[in-house]
Design a protein around this ligand. Sequence first.
Ligand code: NAI
Length: 768
Amino acid sequence: MKIEKVAVIGAGTMGAGIAGQVANAGIDVWLLDLPTDDNPNALAERGLERLRDPNAPGLISKEAEQYIRLGNTRDDFSVLGDCDWIAEAVVERLDVKQDLYRRLDDTCHADAIVSSNTSTIPIRLLVEDMPESFRRRFAITHFFNPVRFMRLLELVRGDDTDPAIIELLADFCEQQLGKGVVPCRDTPGFLGNRVGVYAIQCALHAAFDMDLTPLEADAIFGRPMGIPKTGVFGLYDLIGIDLMSDVVQSLVEILPPADAFHREAAKIPLMTRMIENGQTGNKQGQGFYRVGDGGREVLNLASGEYESAPPRLALPLAERAEQDGVSLLLEDDGRYGEYAWRVLSRTLAYAASLIPEVDDGPLGIDDAMKLGYNWIQGPFELLDEIGVDAFVARLEDEGAEVPEFLAQAAGSSFYRVSGDKLEARRHGGEWRPIERPAGVIRFSEKRRTLTAQNSCAVASWYDLDGVALVEFHSKANALDGDSMGILADALDAVAAKGMRGLVVHNDAQHFSCGVNLGVVRDFYRRDDLDGLDRFLADFQQTVHRMAAAEFPVVAAPVGLSIGGGFEVVLHAQQVICHANSVMGLVESLVGVVPGGGGCKETLYRWIEKLGCGDDIGEACRKAFMNLGYGKTASSPVIARAQAMLRPHDRYVINRDRILGEALAAIDDPASRTRFARPPLAMPGRPLFEDMLKWLEKSHADGQFFAHDVCVGSEIACIVTGGDIEPGTSWSEQDLFDAERRAFLTLVQTDATRARIDGMLDAGAPVRN
Ligand code: NAI
């Protein structure tokens, strides 16, 4: 059987999200909710409306909407007779779900799969009254919110579920919906929420007990631990303090009385008052944080009053730990070290205590925390980094209990490399190789079995069976001369050794957030403009070599590729990116222009896309707009419409399959699309002057700040050729030179320097 037609019942947060992701995969999906009086499909329509939210678009493009059909469970129930998979995402009430299953059993075809998105109800209760013929095709498919962006899918098998159904659902959700499928047992909270909510609660209670401010707690329980920067209080605000409190309460109800979770679940009076006052987080505009008249504010946990807060708290310890590893936090004998130990020791020991109840080894929990909570490392990977023995010794010093699975790893680790395989320890001590579905390669795992051919602090390159893989690995994967040096070295090596090609890829959250502005600032603060010019010229020449190489060069970006990061992508001969990749040239926002071939390439891309002959004026206007507004595309489909990607560039819905696809593309002749750019007849003075007038007028109308006009003028000068005779021929090199001239001009202005300072020191560009 194949899953070709899908229905989702319940068009709330999760149901709409699931339907959206099915549509993103190009598969027909019905989205049904309860009928309402005036307009029977109003609830389903509201679900679709939420998918259109520009701040969190659930769909990769407007076109994806055509796959979604809206209806209600009174008038349209019969359509389910034709569906192969019905995903139930109605309210978390057993009676409502059970009523629905009875109706489904009467309507669906005999092979139709039914699954529930429940977070808390055990599968055996869900189907207790259902016939065996229904139970064998029933499972829990527990998606995470927002469905398009969260990679985790917990797939729970009931006692009676046919293994073939589980396999079918796993393949479909992994390959078509792009999820990282983690098989789970029918245990309370499954894996992600069981450990994730426990960790959050530990971080919350420890902060209250130790009188830490939300800013301090979030600075520690965040990036330094490889946890998203929202930390704990920011996460509570993001999810909603009321909703998170409900989640905690539901875990309290379903976990056995002896579970350690109960010790971290007590209600905090201040938070009860906050919920009563409507201070429930971002959706109400105020929670632990809010934006007041004078900027960002944070709640004083003792007084309950808001106080002004810096955009971020720069704790030297946290910054060093983010760079050098979590152990540094634990070595600190101050309050922050104590906080880090309290949270981590409890969380990691709790995770270990769940084995073998929830799984027979570390992989499920680690995957769940990485894919469902965006942790960089799972609890057992963190334990390996800290060192099992050191961790156990400290637990013993404190008289804390050492879980059996942790004790079993004494003198050893939870993962090891054996030959070219990564292995995980099983409960009982046996080692088992980590098997991923065919075609799935996570570079963060693969890397552990490889030795870098050349490496520095910010980038490395590896030989993957004759293909050079360049990995950036600095903070936010910011690029500097050393990153480009590694890329250049790999390009040299592929040519010299006759390797098959080169792939630029990394498994971090973001491919690259651009050139390290700190490096740029250092140059101009030293008055070393010649050095800055050489840095830019080297960058341009290196990316140019990617485009012109005799061998295939593929960029495989995930997450953000912006600024200089996107300039690297733009010069690959083929791009194979993720369906959620976000890309664009945002330099104007920090008062500079793309100086690594981005302006040049944007212009050529628009010329190609519009099919301009000699008259390139329209392409110049398009490039001017993209660059001037610092446009980003929130999906590859949008990027293609914006000439940021070319027709032969592709996207893949599962980010774990991007590397495999990129490596396969190296051997595909279609990816050999080396390109050299021909000279252009530049439109010159008349168009340049038009653009300047438009900038002045827009400024006078209040649309732009003064410095936007200055930056926009420089962009106009590059894409038109500036004050030159129309038709003057410019080579690719002339465009490269124009980019660098504009870049150097702008960094000498106070306004650009203020924007760069804002970005580096406060994390936000200054509008001036
Ligand atoms: P929601 O409250 O946003 O949406 C539930 C929808 O179900 C509503 O639109 C409601 O009108 C509809 N509904 C209620 N009874 C119905 C019926 N008999 N037939 C058709 N539609 C009906 O709820 P949400 O958050 O989307 O949760 C849905 C399920 O997903 C729950 O089981 C929940 O535990 C689970 N879940 C929720 C997550 C979240 O972050 N919100 C995360 C993972 C799972």
